[in-house]
Write a protein that binds this ligand. Sequence first.
Ligand code: FE
Length: 232
Amino acid sequence: MIFKQLFDNKSSTYTYIISSGEGREALVIDPVIENIKSYLNVLKELKLKLVKVIDTHIHADHISGLNELNKQTNCSRVMGSHSSSEVIDIRVKDNEKIKIENIELVSMYTPGHTDCSYSFFMKDRVFTGDALLINGTGRTDFQNGSSYDAYNSLFKKILKLPEKTLVFPAHDYNGKKYSTIENEIINNPRLQVSSADEYAEIMKNLKLSHPAMMDVAVPANKKGLTLKDIVK
Ligand code: FE
């Protein structure tokens, strides 16, 4: 299997390129618009044909590369059915299969960070978007976020995956690349709670400032802007 994890320095976003092998079909998760060239270079070098691109949720801190990749490669744009994006080709519901050749991802509706957040489970790993981060969890204070929904998504869905499952989030701000479900259950400070109310209390008291890009990124991601639109 080909598995590439690429990092965007500006927004600390992780983007994933997945394929069963050189010369085969590929899938991209959570691309950042400014890095399109480097994704296309990786795809070209490995002779991969990009067929699907997934955004785990409507991002508030960067403009997604989903639409530009669609424009340049004609790949299908995939998001969860709760997404308010206007440019999605395939909307998956909870527990649906997304296939490229012999690779299979299963969608998991994991709202809380936003009301459109999905995670994607693939054999030994899960792409959690911002639902579960390494030693953290996604904020729940905008885009119809809900700390109670987040608690349920975490404790009733994501953390129920096999404990050795690798966790690949959409962001990391401390140089960590991945974790495991087991490691997060034991060490993630946000998960050391015994009730949804306790979790909500932690989230209420975070007092985070809004992402600098939010007013630009959210509408851009809903409309599916391309590079041409943003350099105008
Ligand atoms: Fe996010």
